[in-house]
Design a protein around this ligand. Structure first.
Ligand SMILES: *[C@@H]1O[C@H](CO)[C@@H](O)[C@H](O)[C@H]1NC(C)=O
Ligand SMILES: *[C@@H]1O[C@H](CO)[C@@H](O)[C@H](O)[C@H]1NC(C)=O
Ligand SMILES: *[C@@H]1O[C@H](CO)[C@@H](O)[C@H](O)[C@H]1NC(C)=O
Ligand SMILES: *[C@@H]1O[C@H](CO)[C@@H](O)[C@H](O)[C@H]1NC(C)=O
Length: 548
């Protein structure tokens, strides 16, 4: 008798504990009423599906099936948000940008230093304030001829490469070298690569493998994160230096190479400026590059002893690494994508060539003339709309609110229980993944043909729904360059670069697909490979010189 009642008591106790646990964990998810895909793994959640090399299909499925705001699962079953509703994006990137902070641990750990991609708060605002004027239209106008000069070298290098007739060449490799030289000449006032022949460039190779190494996907990553948190910086550095991992050592080599080169560039500029040595300054970019301007400012500020508003040496060095990285991988792959699309669509290529030749834009024309070419502009816009270079790079588009907040929606969504949801309460610390691509290709905003590449789209008035969605991107209703204070500071620079390179190349060469299959992959940046198995960035196209 006694045994029975204690057994019952035990059962009741155990039962209540179970019910309580289940309750707790089911109520623990603040988003249980939001639609969302199942999670295939407790450990990794949906991360693999979201960020794998061939994740485009799954991400399109996620966006289409679960709508503009859904729940996904992060590591260890954590509830994350997947967002592409324009109004929610507006809150995150503009209205409440001070509470929605990006997690920059990864960028920080990659030892980029305190540059724009890494800094936060007041320091970020200061840097942004100092850097914005140097990316002005006036600056771009003055730098256009530097872009042309460099691109003509690229043209001559290509001509030399295919002088024996049409040939299949790795266009991505050339675009990478050109992009590095364009950042070097245009932003840093420094020449990395003469571009005249097909030579190996160690520095370019180092920079190029930065994102591909994907340190944050390595097993070493959590250890390094922990190290950087617990240990004084010099110890953390030491640990990284002796860490028995090829990836980590490669990353250390890359960041060291970049840092060393950056320091050299700055020292050179400073010395020239202090001596008032105009001739050195004029050797490259006529002293109009961003770094000359910044160094000049900081030398002046030093003299005026107003230390507070200037960038420290460390910050300047970090900006250089940041510019090189941000400027090179994205634009080289974007230009390659554009040339691929033109090879795939010969009629568009022909039409573009006609516009360019008629305006003589294959030769040097002014910034304003170049921007007045409507078809060139539409081709660039449409490509950047559909093929965002950084579609959902986890490190760039994840943010978390520092306090509890609310995300309002442009269009209500239907919850799991059938009710309409117009806003979602988001607890502090929730990870939100912003799907920039899905916002750019939302059919109810852009029309039924939103997934198709149609440059003509931008030649006629856009659907009313585009205006109404009030998309918070800095560029052309698109999220391609992000919005708010985290938007890409160089987006006009990138556009100019794209246009100059494209106009010179299309005027001088014909591009055709080769019989190798090109596959586009996701890493830090979307990049092409031959076939699905290979992970080596390359893009062979058949190139021939147009002889007039
Ligand atoms: C950022 O991410 C790292 C590693 O993924 C994590 O350890 C860290 O707690 C995060 N920091 C913030 C502020 O969210
Ligand atoms: C980056 O690292 C520095 C020191 O190395 C630290 O002060 C800063 O808080 C870190 N930033 C982020 C976003 O982790
Ligand atoms: C293209 O993107 C990939 C992946 O981020 C990167 O490794 C590569 O350096 C980029 N550019 C070139 C020219 O390969
Ligand atoms: C487009 O965005 C709206 C919200 O603005 C959303 O309700 C809808 O599901 C999206 N449609 C598609 C096809 O992505």
């Amino acid at each position: 008798m006694r045994l029975d009642s204690s057994l019952i008591l035990a059962c009741v106790l155990l039962g209540s504990v179970l019910v309580w646990t289940v309750r707790k964990f089911s109520t623990a998810s603040p988003f249980r009423n939001l639609p969302g895909p199942p999670s295939p793994s407790f450990l990794k959640g949906n991360i693999q599906q979201l960020s794998g090399r061939h994740s485009n299909e799954w991400v399109a499925h996620l966006a289409e099936t679960y709508g503009a705001l859904s729940k996904i699962t992060g590591p260890f079953g954590r509830p994350w948000l997947h967002v592409y509703d324009p109004k929610a994006l507006y809150s995150i990137t503009i209205k409440d940008q001070d509470i929605w902070l990006k997690n920059n641990t990864v960028a920080n750990l990659s030892l980029l230093g305190p540059g724009l991609l890494v800094t936060a708060g007041a320091q970020h605002r200061k840097q942004r304030k100092m850097l914005t004027p140097v990316f002005s239209i006036a600056y771009l106008r003055s730098i256009t001829s530097v872009f042309y000069e460099t691109t003509f070298k690229l043209r001559d290098g290509l001509i030399a490469d295919i002088q024996d007739g049409p040939k299949e060449i790795d266009i991505l490799g050339w675009m990478g070298r050109a992009a590095l030289e364009l950042v070097g000449q245009g932003a840093l006032g420094y020449s990395f690569d003469p571009l005249v022949e097909d030579v190996h460039n160690d520095f370019a190779e180092a920079v190029k493998s930065f994102f591909a190494i994907a340190l944050w996907r390595s097993i070493a990553f959590p250890v390094l994160v922990l190290g950087s948190k617990l240990l004084p910086p010099q110890w953390a550095d030491w640990i990284a230096d002796v860490f028995p991992s090829k990836r980590v050592q490669r990353m250390r080599y890359i960041t060291r190479t970049m840092k060393k080169r950056s320091e050299e560039i700055i020292a050179e500029k400073r010395a020239a400026l202090q001596e008032g040595d105009r001739s050195t300054l004029q050797q490259v970019a006529q002293g109009k590059d961003i770094m000359s301007i910044l160094c000049n400012e900081s030398v002046k500020a030093n003299m005026a002893a107003s230390q507070k508003e200037q960038l420290s040496n460390e910050e300047l060095t970090a900006q250089i690494s940041t510019f090189i990285l941000a400027g090179m991988d994205t634009t080289s792959n974007a230009t390659a994508r554009l040339l691929y699309l033109l090879a795939e669509n010969p009629s568009v290529q022909k039409r573009l060539r006609e516009e360019i030749l008629e305006a003589q834009a294959g030769e040097e024309i002014s910034y304003d003339q170049l921007n007045e070419l409507p078809f060139l502009d539409s081709v660039c816009r449409e490509t950047l709309r559909l093929y965002v270079s950084v579609p959902r790079r986890i490190l760039n588009i994840i943010c978390r609110p520092t306090v509890d907040t609310v995300l309002p929606l442009h269009e209500p969504i239907r919850g799991e229980d059938g009710s309409l949801i117009t806003e979602v309460a988001v607890p502090k610390g929730t990870v939100a993944v912003l799907n920039l691509w899905a916002c750019n290709t939302n059919k109810s905003i852009w029309g039924e043909d939103a997934y198709e590449w149609k440059p003509d789209r931008f030649l006629s008035p856009l659907p009313r729904t585009v205006e109404e969605a009030r998309i918070p991107g800095v560029y052309s209703n698109l999220m391609s360059f992000h919005g708010g204070s985290r938007s890409c500071i160089g987006f006009k620079y990138a556009q100019l670069e794209l246009k100059v390179v494209l106009s010179v190349l299309v005027a001088n060469f014909n591009f055709e697909l080769s019989d190798k299959e090109i596959v586009w992959n996701n890493a830090g940046v979307a990049y092409p490979t031959v076939g699905k198995e290979s992970s080596k960035p390359e893009m062979p196209l058949k190139v021939s010189v147009i002889r007039s």
